[in-house]
Design a protein around this ligand. Structure first.
Ligand code: FAD
Ligand code: SF4
Ligand code: SF4
Ligand code: SF4
Length: 363
């Protein structure tokens, strides 16, 4: 049995969590995780279909955004570690001040990407910064259900489809805040693991640190930084990130018909790069990163009110025309590379991601 087609499934894993018979496992197919149903355990109860965010929309989109803000965190160290202006950290810090737990995507020691929960401000550095690889969020979902059950306050930050998955299981919950972002797409953990291995071979040293949005260069340069144990640092435009965001060669199929690409979101907040912020206010631009924060709910507005002493912010009015021109990923589906499936077939036969990316992005 297929719950939804591979073209649509986001791999959120909510179906696996909710199957009462343990009939679902998540397995890699075409380099991404998909649910697989064990027919010998399945009793056709259809709970998985009723909980899948693509089939049953239990938790609808919010109303039109209540406000747009340009935001800069006042602490440069925090902003330096963040992809844009550090808006995520502002919200997360307020939740921690209220004794809450913040969940977001972090690199493991081996540079896998997983959602983890942190309860002290110092640990937020693990969650900061975009990782352009699909994060495994399954154990985080389970932890959140337990924490909410204990009356804890929780902030969950993830892709719009991951927020949609979580809300299918928790429903509307006074103690849960959610933040997502305008999402280009997401890449395969298997491609990424292979790329890291090959980079280490190429530079003859273990990778020690990765920053996919380094502030060692101006924010608008969109640069990456890879640091190796032999002290070598590769800073600039990285091929993996380019293959993802510019060539659309290595992202998940569902991202090309994403059901969550709308101005309305399910979350309390949506964050983005505020490119061209100077159209509105020169004071919000110093090329160290400015966040665009879209607030969708009144409770989001109330929470942000408590963050204002820690940031420079300005409310802006953004027309649909401006959004379409400057933030196309909010509503428009990107076009996948014509080489996507050829790339994946060759990867499946054992060719290296580093070599394949170099070949296909020069075509
Ligand atoms: C995969 C991806 C695609 C994006 N595409 C666009 C885009 O097309 N246009 C645009 O304007 N902005 C995009 N963004 C959002 C933008 O780059 C910033 O993440 C956002 O503005 C927040 O920045 P910040 O400075 O507030 O916080 P940061 O500290 O940079 O935010 C980090 C937050 O992002 C979350 N995060 C990081 N990586 C992942 C991941 N792999 N999966 C789930 N959550 C993750 C973390 O949980 C953390 O909460 C994208 C982000 C990601 C992760
Ligand atoms: S139909 Fe029921 S038993 Fe079968 S996989 Fe779905 S949830 Fe599990
Ligand atoms: S619940 Fe998530 S993982 Fe399961 S079929 Fe739906 S989208 Fe895919
Ligand atoms: S583009 Fe859509 S489906 Fe793909 S990761 Fe982002 S929210 Fe999920």
């Amino acid at each position: 049995m297929k719950i939804v087609s591979d073209e649509l499934c986001t791999g959120c894993g909510v179906c696996k969590i909710k199957c009462p018979y343990g009939a679902i496992s998540m397995e890699y197919r075409k380099a991404f995780l998909y649910p697989v149903v064990d027919e010998s355990k399945c009793v056709n109860c259809e709970i998985c279909k009723n909980v899948c965010p693509l089939l049953k929309n239990e938790y609808p989109m919010q109303e039109e955004p209540s406000a747009f803000y340009g935001v800069i965190h006042n602490n440069w160290e925090v902003r330096k570690q963040s992809s844009t202006g550090g808006a995520f950290s502002l919200i997360a810090e307020e939740v921690i001040r209220r004794n809450g737990v913040v969940f977001g995507a972090a690199f493991t020691a081996d540079f896998e990407v997983r959602h983890i929960g942190v309860a002290v401000t110092e640990d937020l550095k693990e969650l900061r910064q975009s990782k352009y690889v699909q994060s495994n969020t399954l154990s985080a979902y389970t932890e959140i259900i337990n924490l909410l059950g204990q009356g804890k306050l929780v902030l969950y930050s993830g892709c719009p489809c991951q927020v949609a998955g979580l809300l299918q299981i928790t429903g509307v919950h006074d103690n849960l805040y959610t933040v997502d972002f305008v999402c280009n797409s997401i890449t395969s953990p298997l491609y990424w693991a292979d790329y890291v291995r090959e980079m280490e071979k190429e530079y003859g040293s273990k990778l020690q640190k990765i920053n996919m949005r380094t502030k060692s260069r101006p924010w608008t340069m969109f640069a990456q930084e890879f640091k190796f144990a032999n002290k070598y640092a590769n800073i600039g435009s990285d091929n993996y990130v380019m293959a993802f965001c510019s060539y659309h060669l290595i992202s998940r199929s569902c991202c090309y018909q994403c059901k969550f690409r709308e101005k309305k979101h399910k979350s309390d907040f949506t964050l983005a790069d505020f490119w061209n912020v100077r159209d509105f206010d020169d004071d919000l631009f110093d090329d160290g990163g400015t966040s665009l924060m879209i607030v969708h709910t009144q409770r989001g507005e109330d929470l942000f009110e408590h963050c204002k002493p820690f940031c420079t912010q300005k409310k802006v009015t953004l027309s649909d025309e401006w959004l379409g021109k400057n933030l196309p990923m909010i509503t428009n589906q990107p076009t996948p590379s014509v080489y996507r499936s050829e790339f994946n077939d060759r990867f499946g036969k054992g060719e290296s991601v580093l070599k394949l990316i170099k070949e296909y992005i020069s075509k």
